[in-house]
Write a protein that binds this ligand. Structure first.
Ligand SMILES: [Zn+2]
Length: 246
């Protein structure tokens, strides 16, 4: 009963080690929403790289100022600055039991540096979850997205329209469409995703910790599958979500 022994060992390990969950998926796959729900279900915080950047820039931390200096020169923020921001966040007390990582790592370089930094502390990524959606779905979802200028609430002209066309239901703020979400640029964002972040699918697959979930279902169903995937200890069904990368 080798598998039973392995299963028991994995569960025992999680009781000591923080549960770090990496969420992967194309833009528009629903990572942000699912990260929040998964965090609630597993009782660990959602750590979004976008929030981390904004927070560090606003508070003018050492890392925020370092990142700013690169951005001011029109350069990419080096992976080690980004990784240090994440590691610093994971040292906070509320991440003691783990965290859901949303929007990070974004590149192979970041993933490798992150693994190195975790290994230094005797930790590791427990599981990488890939939310699979087709290109057609991504384009349909993203090109209809509207965001509140004031509270960043998101709406969709087809799936989740606001009561008034240009006003936020929650705060009355004005809604706008990001340049990124306009149809012409969505295809380019997808290409960047496949080029930069796509290789992470193979990276985590090779480490035996990738699990994929069908993203073209109701939010609750995707959520249930993600929770099950985190708890599942059998990697044998992985198939690189057929069709989603076509
Ligand atoms: Zn609002």
């Amino acid at each position: 009963m080798v598998w039973a022994k392995g299963k028991g060992a994995r569960i025992a390990t999680w009781e000591i080690m923080p549960l770090y969950v990496v969420l992967l998926g194309a833009p528009g796959a629903g990572k942000g929403t699912q990260a929040r729900l998964l965090g609630q279900a597993l009782e660990i915080p959602q750590v979004s790289s976008g929030d981390l950047f904004r927070g560090n820039l606003q508070q003018e931390t050492e890392l925020g100022l370092a990142a700013q200096s690169y951005m001011d020169r029109g350069e990419l923020v080096p992976d080690d600055v980004t990784v240090r921001m994440v590691i610093e966040r994971l040292s906070d007390g509320d991440c003691e039991r783990g965290a859901i990582l949303d929007g990070f790592p974004r590149t192979l370089g970041q993933a490798a540096a992150f693994d190195g930094a975790l290994a230094y502390r005797g930790h590791q990524v427990a599981v990488a979850l890939l939310i699979c959606v087709s290109d057609e779905t991504v384009i349909k979802r993203l090109s209809g997205r509207w965001i509140c200028r004031d509270c960043q609430a998101m709406y969709h002209q087809v799936f989740d329209p606001p009561r008034e066309p240009t006003r936020c239901d929650q705060c009355g703020g004005r809604l706008y469409q990001r340049l990124d979400d306009q149809p012409d640029t969505v295809r380019n964002r997808l290409l960047v995703y496949y080029k930069q972040t796509g290789p992470l699918v193979g990276y985590y697959f090779a480490r035996g910790i990738l699990r994929e979930v069908e993203g073209e279902q109701a939010i609750e169903a995707v959520h249930a599958d993600l929770v099950a995937a985190v708890r599942k200890d059998d990697h044998s069904e992985i198939s690189f979500c057929s069709g989603a990368h076509a």
